[in-house]
Design a protein around this ligand. Structure first.
Ligand SMILES: [Zn+2]
Length: 145
């Protein structure tokens, strides 16, 4: 009886560890196809990074003519931080090979967005600047409800 219990316990442990390992491996190797850039309140989508086709798409241009694309791999958005009555630029660099996004310049005080460094999954947030970058596995517009 005791031996049976022990075998059962080992078997269950092995199954749990195996499932967990597979989950971690799949998650780690999952490449995100898109990163969405939001500025301001709510889901105000201004730019999309298409890693698959290696391009940046402008979704919405504001009254100051932002966002701007430079060198094919950088996008500058206008964050909500104001210095001397001017809104400040937030510069984002994209590495299409690594499928990563990095905030390289921001005028926010905490610099949390810049310190996040190169990101390939999850989300980048500049709370004071009201800028958010979401990584998605596939195109959100493809999802049919
Ligand atoms: Zn910031």
């Amino acid at each position: 009886m005791k031996k049976k219990d022990a075998i059962f316990l080992v078997a269950v442990s092995v199954i749990i560890i195996t499932i967990f390992s597979i989950f971690l491996l799949v998650n780690k190797n999952t490449k995100h196809d898109f990163a969405y850039i939001y500025v301001g309140y709510g889901d105000n989508l201004v730019g999309t990074v298409d890693f698959k086709n290696q391009k940046i798409i402008i979704n919405k241009v504001d009254s100051d003519n932002y966002p701007k694309i430079i060198d094919d791999n950088k996008i500058i958005v206008l964050s909500f931080i104001e210095i001397d009555a001017h809104k400040e630029e937030l510069e984002i660099k994209i590495d299409f090979e690594k499928r990563s996004v990095k905030v390289i310049k921001s005028s926010c005080k905490d610099q949390i967005c810049v310190l996040q460094g190169e990101v390939t999954t999850g989300v980048i947030i500049c709370a004071p600047g009201r800028v958010r970058i979401d990584f998605e596995l596939r195109d959100q517009s493809d999802i049919v409800i």
